[in-house]
Design a protein around this ligand. Structure first.
Ligand code: SF4
Length: 253
């Protein structure tokens, strides 16, 4: 669990049985292996991290959005549910900040016959282990150092936590997928080391995909850089894909 370098506001706790919710909406999944599918997004407030290319900065403060009871959010989910939406994506901010709420809401989503999807930066493997049994689709995001996600000293602990979460998801039979955002400044040697560590923890058959996501609007990587990152993964995992955030091209959330 990462403690150093955390934003103060994200250490605040929500009251038991309460949820600090930013928004609930239905849109097209714009990134990852399920891009192009209709999805309900439940965006929770709060994130202790600070990625320089973050595109949901409005959801970072713990006091962003509004305060609800769990039952009120269940009612909002039920009201928002549209036909042909087979999954609900718990996102943020960082959903593990309110992991107890995610567990309760995920149970409700499953009762509705939908699949649960967790998008997490995996900064807290203890909380991740508690949420995991209630999650059907799991994205494990690895942050490169140049993301600025945490301070230098805290980075090894974050990486350790991400790898632990990957291991748990694999052992839990979740067949997670991996996402790494790269910029033009991301270091290729660091990326190669990361790939090596990932495939020490997971066999290629254990994961559902490996997505290299180019940063958007911040230090965007040129094609040659992207191909170099692709080449670093391909020998270990030939299904690697470079996928930009597609929802941004159609102006969707
Ligand atoms: S982990 Fe997600 S929400 Fe938090 S700063 Fe990074 S991109 Fe933004």
């Amino acid at each position: 669990m990462i403690k150093r370098g955390m934003r103060h506001e994200s250490r605040q706790k929500t009251a038991v049985g309460r949820v600090r919710l930013n928004e609930i909406f239905t849109s097209i999944e714009g990134e990852g292996i399920l891009f192009g599918t209709k999805t309900m997004f439940v965006r929770l407030a709060g994130c202790p991290l600070k990625c320089r290319w973050c595109d949901t900065t409005y959801a970072i403060p713990m006091d962003s959005g509004a305060d609800y009871s769990i039952d009120e959010v269940k009612a909002l989910i039920a009201r928002e549910l549209q036909p042909n939406t087979y999954k609900v994506n718990f996102t943020g901010g960082e959903p593990l900040v309110q992991h107890e709420a995610v567990i309760e809401l995920a149970k409700f989503v499953r009762e509705k016959g939908l699949r649960t999807y967790l998008e997490s930066a995996c900064h807290d493997s203890s909380r991740f282990s508690k949420v995991l049994p209630f999650i059907d689709i799991c994205k494990i995001e690895f942050k490169m150092r140049d993301s600025g996600v945490v301070d230098k000293k805290s980075y090894p602990a974050l990486l350790k936590s991400e790898l632990e979460c990957l291991k748990m998801a694999v052992q839990g039979g979740k067949k997670p997928y991996i996402k790494v955002v790269v910029t033009n400044s991301s270091d290729l040697e660091e990326f190669k080391e990361l790939v090596s560590k990932i495939f020490t923890v997971a066999n290629p058959v254990d994961i559902a995909g490996f997505i290299i996501q180019p940063s958007f609007d911040t230090d965007e990587p040129v094609l040659d850089r992207l191909l170099a990152f692709y080449d670093a993964v391909y020998p270990s995992y030939e299904h690697v894909r470079i996928v930009p955030q597609l929802h941004k091209f159609i102006g969707a959330r």
